[in-house]
Design a protein around this ligand. Structure first.
Ligand code: HEM
Length: 454
């Protein structure tokens, strides 16, 4: 079992005993698992300034590791402030035409795969090729071509870099020995991965600068930031550092969205009634919009959105979320007690445990999108759904992810029917080597029936 999931095994007993915190002794430092919702809210939101970091190891001499997901508060805050506008609702909407184009190619490739594989399709890899091409386009500003070439350089390098993220021992050591590790220039990613992503970023940047191209996108924002901050002592933004940021968005966006799409399709293959109801809604929306998806019509796909929410509840891609306490502070709990936390204590939020709590989600192991109607949502504490994290550090790509997954699934469901086959597991088993995200090794095979002739 991935260690990010194993941490959640403490949660049911902690909840039953109304134990707000549990100390897990470690080799170098003890960690604190938090069960209580009031305390979780305090850590993520109310007392964010006392828990502003995730505590990941950063090597400032290595472009890929010095990225927004790893950086300490001092550098994270100005970067996040400057990058957030690129993921505003208006900017995300601006990316829709590109998404529509990539999604059309996705459907064509999906259909070809059905023909070639006698209708038994491994859906994860196809979804990842779709999300790679879209995220590569809107983040790097380039064509990754992984739908047309399954073994494209981007897919291979992205996968390799993603694999190298699974080094929790570095983060455990770093809690105490970060300076020594930096002194010995210990890297998170290998030299080739660093070189690949810096090279691609440099080429894209030079191409735009040389041809005076502007697309009003994330790359444009980075080019402007580079000009403004090149010689800024407080926040120096070199080409390498910007490449690291682009890399974080690329890696953070691809696997998370492709896993969510695959797990939703897997559940729909198991639950035909839910699948038929979703398809009915999608076909109605298409009928009202001259058989064309547009940005506005996504909001009418309320049942499909509930399906996505339920997939993220059942399978939160990041099952445990870390924070580090930076200042001694006191956290209150629902039971009106209080706990004092010492500086440098790693704190773990068991997202999977919270999202499988039967008091918040009755019959938590069942796939029931009806849990996410407006009324049900209004009656639930927002901290009971944390698949995108929470507080100022909440996933910056949430809106983009939701648009990508909704359109991708809507296009697939309008054209194909998904069922279980002999190769489909009864339950999903997550790769233990992939410590921090819920990832199924070997993919997910489904039977796919083509509904519409091309
Ligand atoms: C279903 C899809 C996704 C899920 C489940 C997901 C989940 C998460 C979670 C749990 C965090 C940590 C939040 C926290 O610490 O409070 C996070 C952070 C982040 N995500 Fe996502 N994510 C998704 C898609 C994306 C996409 C599409 C992008 C970019 C294109 C992205 C980029 C990032 C970045 C850059 C951060 C770090 C933010 C910061 O430190 O300020 N994510 N995501």
């Amino acid at each position: 079992m991935p260690c990010g999931l194993a941490i959640n095994e403490y949660y049911p007993q902690m909840y039953a005993q109304q134990k707000a915190f549990k100390v897990i002794p470690g080799l170098f430092t003890s960690m604190l698992v938090v069960q209580d919702l009031h305390a979780i809210r305090d850590i993520l939101i109310t007392q964010f300034e006392n828990f502003p970091d995730r505590g990941f190891y950063v090597n400032h001499r290595e472009a890929l590791s010095a990225n927004i997901t790893h950086l300490d508060y001092k550098l994270w805050k100005p970067l996040r402030q400057r990058m957030s506008p690129s993921f505003s609702p208006a900017k995300v909407r601006y990316m829709f035409p590109t998404l529509l184009q990539v999604a059309a190619e996705f459907v064509t490739v999906f259909r070809d795969e059905c023909h070639q594989q006698a209708n038994i399709v491994e859906i994860y890899d196809l979804c990842a090729r779709f999300t790679t091409d879209f995220i590569g386009n809107v983040i790097f500003g380039i064509q990754c071509n992984s739908l047309s070439e399954p073994k494209s350089e981007f897919r291979i390098e992205g996968d390799k870099a993603f694999y190298q993220l699974r080094k929790p021992h570095l983060d455990f050591f770093a809690v105490k020995f970060s300076r020594i590790m930096q002194f010995f220039n210990i890297r998170v990613f290998d030299k080739r991965s660093n070189e690949f992503f810096i090279r691609v970023f440099r080429q894209s940047l030079e191409h735009r600068e040389k041809n005076n191209l502007r697309r009003n996108d994330f790359m444009d924002l980075l080019i402007d930031l580079k000009k403004q901050h090149e010689n800024d002592e407080e926040m120096p933004l070199s080409l390498e550092m910007l490449a690291g940021q682009v890399f974080a968005f690329f890696i953070g966006g691809i696997e998370t969205t492709s896993c969510t799409m695959s797990y939703a399709l897997y559940e729909l293959a198991k639950n035909h009634q839910i699948q038929d109801k979703a398809r009915e809604e999608i076909l109605q929306v298409l009928l009202k919009n001259q058989q064309q998806f547009n940005y506005e019509c996504l909001k009418d796909l309320t049942y499909l959105k509930a399906i996505i929410q339920e997939s993220l509840r059942l399978y939160p891609i990041v099952p445990t979320m870390p924070r580090i306490c930076r200042r001694k502070c006191t956290i209150k709990t629902d039971a009106k007690s209080a706990v004092t936390i010492k500086p440098d204590t790693p704190v773990l939020i068991p997202i999977y445990g919270v999202q499988h709590n039967p008091d918040f989600y009755p019959q938590p192991d069942r796939f029931l999108p009806e849990r996410f109607t407006e009324e049900e949502n209004a009656n639930r504490d927002p901290c009971t759904f944390l698949a995108f994290g929470g507080g100022p550090k909440i996933c910056i790509g949430e809106l983009l992810a939701r648009m990508l997954i909704t359109l991708g699934l809507a296009m697939l469901l309008s054209e194909f029917r998904f069922s279980m086959c002999e190769r489909t597991p009864q339950e999903l088993a997550f790769d233990p080597e992939n410590m921090f995200i819920l990832y199924v090794k070997g993919g997910i095979h489904l039977k796919v029936e083509i509904l519409k002739k091309s």
